[in-house]
Design a protein around this ligand. Structure first.
Ligand SMILES: Cc1cc2nc3c(=O)[nH]c(=O)nc-3n(C[C@H](O)[C@H](O)[C@H](O)COP(=O)(O)O)c2cc1C
Length: 359
């Protein structure tokens, strides 16, 4: 990037660059010519076992697009989104044409883009108000894409909390998942500042005993032995309780699982997340089981024992029943509620690295 970019466009790109992504891998790149922004997916950034067919990254790119469109309105740009404009380039997710228009009203969500965060703290287990419920449902339906459901009955939240924690049960028992996860943890601020991606340990919000145990868990031979005496299940149980401290657990469902479906649902997810932020509500995605299930549906089960496959499929089916998915694919689930402010936030690669300017 060089100085040729205007400050308003830079703010719009900054908004795109602050989108959420699995393991904070930031799988996007922007090519800017004039006031047109091309959004490209960077598959090499997402080598995650959760990322079958780059679907998690397509979802993240959808969040990028939503942020760009919202931030553009604050700069009085009309934004026209053209999805997959180049049929021979599956990574060219969208071209967004921005046109100055003084009649455009700023989207009130614009000021929440930099405040949105994954909050992994326990929440207060209280109920959503009717107004909050309605505002969230409207936000999820804004783009008219996919199906949205919120489970609020404590018994269902409890069951879905256990579904979410199946991820940790499987991950801590499976060497390659374990190694992948721990290789993406930064143990100090310095390490995080250097890597600028992955999980900074403080954002995981581990209570002090767990923080200590975590250092031990990263050593696979030790974790393997601990797994034989059920330690992964103990951790999963604790996480299930944290998950169940939410006011609700929500889901986005889609009829098909093509890249465009994930891009569009990513836009809806981001809109919902920003709306939650504007209501003072905290949110944490809980998606591990969903992306494993997608991988299995795609015919890739290598690396998962039959026991692990069964855990994932049973958990996914439990979520399907609670959300009445009726054959639709659950693309994204999250817990939502009132929580104390997170201890730390995830940083990003500098915008200059994420942008190429074409004259
Ligand atoms: C597709 C997708 C899946 C995610 N899955 C999880 C998850 O299962 N658990 C979790 O704690 N965070 C999950 N996240 C949140 C990311 O880890 C988070 O967005 C990233 O680390 C950046 O942090 P931020 O959201 O606070 O900006 C997910 C995000 C995306 C976009």
């Amino acid at each position: 990037m060089d100085e040729k970019i205007t400050p308003d466009l830079e703010r719009v790109l900054e908004a795109g660059n602050s989108a959420p992504s699995g393991e904070n891998c930031q799988p996007w790149h922007f090519v800017v010519h004039g006031s047109t922004i091309e959004v490209h997916l960077l598959p090499e950034r997402d080598q995650s076992p959760y990322g079958w067919g780059q679907r998690a990254s397509y979802l993240a790119n959808g969040a990028v697009i939503e942020n760009i469109v919202i931030a553009a309105s604050a700069e009085q740009y009309r934004a026209e989104v053209h999805y997959f404009p180049n049929p021979s380039d599956e990574w060219h997710v969208a071209t967004i044409v921005l046109t100055k228009d003084s009649t455009i009203e700023s989207d009130p969500l614009a000021s929440y883009i930099t405040k949105r965060i994954s909050n992994r703290k326990p929440y207060k287990k209280d109920q959503l108000t009717g107004e909050e419920r309605k505002t969230l449902a409207n936000a999820a339906a804004h783009g008219g894409y996919g199906m949205f459901a919120l489970a609020e009955a404590p018994e269902e939240v409890g069951r879905l909390g256990r579904v979410g924690s199946t991820n940790e049960e499987v991950m801590l028992a499976n060497r390659s998942l374990h190694d992948f996860f721990f290789s993406h943890v930064s143990w100090t601020k310095e390490e995080d500042d250097e890597k600028k991606a992955g999980f900074y340990i403080k954002t995981l919000e581990l209570p002090p005993p767990a923080k200590l145990m975590f250092k031990i868990f990263r050593n696979w031979p030790i974790m393997r032995v601990l797994g034989t005496i059920g330690f992964n299940r103990i951790v999963a149980k604790q996480n299930a309780a944290t998950n169940a401290s939410a006011s609700a657990i929500g889901a986005f469902m889609i009829a098909r699982t093509e890249p465009l479906d994930f891009v569009k649902i990513g836009r809806a997810v981001e809109r919902l997340w920003l709306t939650a932020t504007s209501l003072g509500l905290s949110l944490q995605p809980l998606t591990g089981v969903l992306f494993f299930k997608l991988r299995f549906d795609g015919g890739e089960r290598d690396g998962f024992s039959s026991h692990e496959q069964k855990l994932v499929i049973d958990a996914y089916q439990e979520a399907s029943r609670i959300f009445h998915a009726d054959g639709k694919h659950i693309a994204f689930t999250f817990r939502i509620g009132r929580g104390d402010a997170p201890s730390a936030h995830a940083i990003r690669f500098p915008l200059a690295e994420a942008v190429t300017i074409q004259s």
